[in-house]
Design a protein around this ligand. Sequence first.
Ligand SMILES: [Zn+2]
Length: 325
Amino acid sequence: MKSAPITRRELLKTASLFGGGACLAHLVPASIGRAYALVQQVAAPADPLAAMRAQMAAAPIEALTLSDTLTMLSGPGGNVVVLNGPDGKIVVDTFVQGVWPALTQRLDAMGNAPITLVIDTHWHFDHTDNNESFRNAGAGILAHENTRKRLSEPHDLLGMHFNPAPAAARPTDTFTETRTMQANGERVDLGYIPPAHTDTDIYIHFTRANVLHLGDLFFNGMYPFIDTSTAGSINGMIVGAERMLKMANATTKIVPGHGPLGDRAALTTYRDVLVDVRDRVRKLKAAGRTVEQTVAAKPTAHLDATWGKGFMQPDVFVTIVYSTL
Ligand SMILES: [Zn+2]
């Protein structure tokens, strides 16, 4: 079908729909950010990033045992997975800055092995915010090369401003396609997921325990955020989910970036929802509907009661999907 970039006029209308035109200079991300702020009923905090960090850090850390060496930690940001054993601790994602003391307390309680490595699933702050603290604690940082690139740039996203990350918070080691390592009796396969949620996404597959961390390619049970400012798209999300389904089997434990631990059935349902929304929005766009008209048509009404209760409000999700088609 025709694929045209979202026009400025459509953006103006969308921003107007979301309650005003004050943030038009920032185009799509700002309009989304404003809508998100409205959804959260945050009264325009002076520093939205600090407010979001504080809000996330207030969540308690919950632990779930995945295998004899793997633990999932949830709560203050993206889901963290720890591979623990005599070879040292490998930590996937890092939560937000405010929970560093609580996070280290959890890690220390797992045993005396040093933290040798942090793996970033992608560049977003709720996954990389403690990179520098981990570096200072002696760990290396491994990520896709685009994560290093994105962390080296300024960004404006969801109403939040990000300065380039300090050098100590950037990956010390990167890869482009795949990487494999052995530690603590586990084989760890990492691979690049072509642009989906961002252009920095990777999967981490702990093959012996059959645990697959998908970062923010997978929001379990809720509409996902898609970061169009760093090349995310609905079609990329669907292609990525399809590819990960082929990697999983019926007993794979699938860790999402956000939401509870999932499995192949949960990832299949999620993929189906993405396809459903994409197809409905694409049909409206192909029929000439503006983004405002598409949102007003409520193409996700049949899903919203279940899928619209998470990070992404339905109207915002539809706007993002529309903008990437
Ligand atoms: Zn993310």
